[in-house]
Design a protein around this ligand. Structure first.
Ligand SMILES: *Cc1c(COP(=O)(O)O)cnc(C)c1O
Length: 439
């Protein structure tokens, strides 16, 4: 498998390099040179394959032998080990539940697969891989759970003291084993600055094999293509056009859907659903992309003002024959944005109408699908439910005026004891701690 940087499509690297490096030196994003169409034997018989078999077929086609079949099988067995069920709301609306992993969000798919690939590619290296992550809450939890007890990997998480929720903090600080949490006496930006500086510190990188678990690592995108096929397989084939509606922030999830479409996913259209951070819907309307600082909303995992995967979306549709990138993208993707007031109403409406508790991110998706289907009748739509409602417990309970059950795997953490190392924001102290405890 060959990959290029979105900033230089003439130089290629291999999968191992792209996974361990994360970002190309030119600050572009890695993309597969070829996104092959899957065989018709596969595409026409999806329902005969298990979720893991679907994942295997996709990786085999994409990786082109970069990982031998037996190794790939083991990686997928470890990474894709929880389901992605489709739930029906009504005749034309379905929900794809992506929250059955350890941290209750779809990011578990990406994090687990990335952990498996990094560990695989680090085999035979004498030094263990040290993954540094700065988190404002959610990403750290998924990465920690994804790497837990992964051979050859040590995770160091930096989080801002007092600025993450109690359950988020427990997800970072109670796992033990190869996961260490540093409770930084500062903000998320301070944490991020410390991590960035560590990567630039030659003394540190000479002594420790540092890598980042950045959300734009290509190995987080690939497993997100699996569940689009897994969702298709669960729907009745009735001749109606299928649309996927994706609540979006950094647009990794949607980009994975567009890659799945290249591979032959039988989908008619995609919907990009956002909160007030609407730069992509605005681009789809006007052709102008104007990134700006993010604003805070209820669906806070989508509060992104300059979505990093937009470069990949452009890359997928530029240079296609006929028409501009903008036109090419608009043929396949529509965008809608909604505010917090509408989102709250949608959480309440979905519960009243369908007796289904949707989280605020999924609710933005529900609104967008409803809007699209007003304009396009006789379609069936799947909303990606990106997190379990109990991750946003206070807000959802306030809207519905009822208790929301916290799944056992999360509730159990609340009872465990927090273990974190207190850390000031001075880089020197952080560096010394790494040298004393990790090197
Ligand atoms: C990260 C996240 C999103 C946004 O996904 P992108 O791939 O960044 O667009 C949406 N919902 C939840 C719950 C998330 O955690």
């Amino acid at each position: 498998m060959k990959l290029y940087s979105t900033k230089n499509k003439k130089a290629f690297t291999n999968l191992k390099y792209a996974v361990l490096k994360g970002l190309p030196d030119d600050n572009g994003l890695f993309m597969p040179q070829e996104i092959p169409r899957l065989s018709s034997a596969f595409l026409e018989n999806l329902s005969e394959f298990s979720f893991q078999e679907i994942a295997f077929s996709i990786c085999q086609a994409l990786f082109k032998g970069a990982i031998p079949d037996a190794d790939l099988q083991a990686i997928i067995e470890n990474a894709v080990n929880f389901p992605a069920p489709v739930v029906q709301l009504d005749e034309e609306k379905y929900i794809l539940e992506l929250f059955h992993g350890p941290s209750l969000a779809f990011k578990d798919f990406g994090a687990r697969f990335m952990a498996q690939l990094m560990s695989y590619f680090n085999q035979g290296e004498s030094r263990e891989l040290v993954i540094l992550v700065a988190t404002s809450g959610d990403t750290g939890g998924a990465v920690a759970a994804g790497f837990l007890q992964t051979p050859g990997a040590q995770v160091v998480i930096l989080y801002p003291s007092g600025k993450v929720s109690m359950l988020q903090e427990k997800q970072l600080t109670t796992l033990g084993h190869n996961i260490v949490a540093l409770e930084v006496d500062g903000t998320f930006d301070d944490c991020q600055a410390m991590v960035k500086r560590a990567f630039l510190d030659k003394d540190l990188t000479g002594k420790i094999r540092l890598t980042s678990a950045n959300s734009i690592n290509i190995s987080r995108l690939i497993p997100q293509t699996f569940y689009y096929f897994e969702a298709c397989k669960q729907l009745p084939q009735d001749g109606r056009d299928l649309v996927f509606c994706v609540p979006s922030g950094n647009f990794g999830n949607l980009t994975a859907g567009l890659m799945a479409h290249r591979m032959g996913l039988p989908v008619h259209h995609f919907i990009a659903a956002t909160n007030a951070n609407d730069v992509v819907p605005a681009y789809l309307d006007s052709g102008l992309f104007s990134p700006r600082p993010s604003v805070r909303t209820l669906s806070n995992a989508m509060d992104v003002g300059d979505p990093s995967n937009f470069a990949r979306m452009l890359d997928l549709y530029e240079g296609e024959e006929g028409g501009s990138t903008w036109n090419n993208m608009r043929e396949l993707v529509s965008g809608y944005a909604f505010d917090d007031e509408q989102t709250r109403k949608a959480v309440a409406e979905v519960y009243r109408k369908y007796n289904y508790i949707i989280d605020p991110h999924g609710a933005v998706g529900f609104l967008a699908l409803e809007q699209y289907q007003k304009e396009h009748s006789n379609t069936k739509g799947i909303i990606l439910e990106t997190a379990h409602p109990s991750k946003f417990l206070d807000e959802v309970e306030r809207i519905l005026n009822k208790k929301v059950e916290v799944p056992e795997r999360l509730a159990i953490l609340a009872k465990r004891e927090k273990r974190a190392v207190s850390m000031p924001t001075e880089f020197g102290r952080f560096k010394q701690w790494l040298l004393d405890n990790i090197a």
